[in-house]
Design a protein around this ligand. Structure first.
Ligand code: SF4
Length: 387
């Protein structure tokens, strides 16, 4: 079946111009424009596999209702193509998840679903096509181990992100399992303060409402913690947060007893790490006037790539080639905007120098297919040559 959909996938998501740019040392030149493409970008192995499985499922079950629980990955272009191919999204208005039954097919996304969702779908008797990425399963394995050994999972992630919700639910598979989700260094610092000195229990629970397991007791549940993370977070931040917790535990219990109170695993996936490393290399090697980061506005790893770039150079996170309205106008997601503001854009004018050479860096999140990256390259080239 894989071979049967290979041509369809290639036609939908491959890009000749991207292949050419790769073959010319990741460089595209047109008149005064140079684009430097990061050496790792776009579809990761987990997304590649999830999209492949979705296309295969459509072929394998002709005449059946084929559903996705929600977005298969955070890319509007890919999701719309799947809809156009007849796959229905349970998250779409008018769909009724309770009406699913035997004979229906439900595809689970690359970032997984919660334990409860999985149990509910299994009870319905439908056929499940599970595309949960192996790197996510690896995080789950660690979180389950923490729970079994009496450690609270402290998850660096976005509390509303599907992957983090699914990972947190794994901690509750064990009767004594607990979790706490921290978004960033600031939240980690609050938790570290409580670990060191204790504090106002009520204020703590208010601050982390919705981000802790039911019945969470900070004085009890922060005694032994294990770090985990959403696979698509900023690696440098996840590592720093792990070190912050390690230091807090050392201060509280002493270095010699650290192993009894603290555990950590590197659960950033390889693909996320490679894309972040490639951006650092690109920024180190090339003198860039600006950076374009392409991907869905609710794609965590794309938002993090954009944050990294924005620390070093003027950066625009765009969802699609149409965001490049003209050399005088670009639509883009504000860097650092909460990912709950899906679709919020701002418009910047005069983003592209009117004369002289311009060097643009380009990368794309793990859910962005090559055809979109290729269209962005063509679009910039056309705009410059039209001037
Ligand atoms: S970003 Fe990493 S964890 Fe997520 S689907 Fe891709 S490879 Fe898997």
């Amino acid at each position: 079946m894989k071979e049967a959909v290979a041509d369809e996938l290639a036609a939908a998501y491959d890009s000749r111009i991207v292949d050419e740019v790769r073959a010319t040392d990741f460089r595209y030149q047109s008149g005064r424009l140079t684009i430097h493409l990061a050496r790792e970008f776009g579809f990761c192995y987990g997304v590649d596999r999830a999209v492949d499985y979705a296309y295969q499922a459509r072929r394998r079950f002709p005449g059946h209702n084929v559903f996705l629980t929600g977005e298969i990955i955070h890319n509007p272009h890919v999701n719309d193509r799947l809809r156009a191919g007849g796959i229905r999204f349970l998250s779409d208005p008018g769909e009724d998840a309770h009406a699913i039954g035997p004979g229906d097919v439900v595809i689970l996304p690359a970032f997984g679903v919660t334990v409860e969702e999985m149990a509910r779908l299994s009870d319905l008797g439908c056929t499940l096509v599970d595309t949960t990425c192996g790197s996510v399963l690896n995080v789950w394995k660690n979180v389950i181990r923490y729970a079994r050994d009496g450690f609270t999972s402290v998850i660096h992630g976005k509390v509303k992100h599907e992957e983090t919700r699914a990972t947190a639910s794994q901690a509750l598979k064990h009767p004594n399992g607990r979790f706490l989700v921290v978004l960033d260094r600031d939240e980690a610092a609050i938790v570290c303060g409580y670990i060191r000195r204790g504090g106002d229990r009520g204020a703590f629970l208010d601050r982390f409402r919705g981000a802790v397991s039911p019945g969470f007791e900070p004085d009890r549940d922060l005694e032994r913690i294990g770090c985990a993370n959403q696979t698509t977070m900023l690696m440098s931040e996840s590592l720093e947060i792990g070190e912050m917790f390690s230091a807090a535990m050392k201060d509280r219990y002493g270095a010699e007893r650290l192993g009894e109170h603290f555990r950590a695993f590197d659960t950033i996936c390889t693909a996320t790490q490679e894309r972040q490393d490639a951006v650092v290399a690109l920024l180190d090697e090339c003198r860039l006037d600006l950076m374009l980061v392409v991907g869905g506005y609710n794609s965590s790893n794309t938002c993090n790539l954009a944050r990294m770039c924005a620390d070093r150079v003027r950066t625009y996170h765009i969802a699609e080639p149409e965001c490049l309205v003209s050399t005088g106008e670009i639509r883009h997601r504000p860097i650092g905007a909460p990912s709950t503001t899906v679709g919020r854009e701002e418009v910047t004018s005069e983003w592209f120098a009117a004369a002289g050479p311009v060097a643009i860096g380009l990368t794309a999140g793990a859910s962005t297919p090559n055809n979109i990256v290729g269209q962005v390259i063509r679009r910039v080239g056309e705009l410059v040559n039209r001037q």
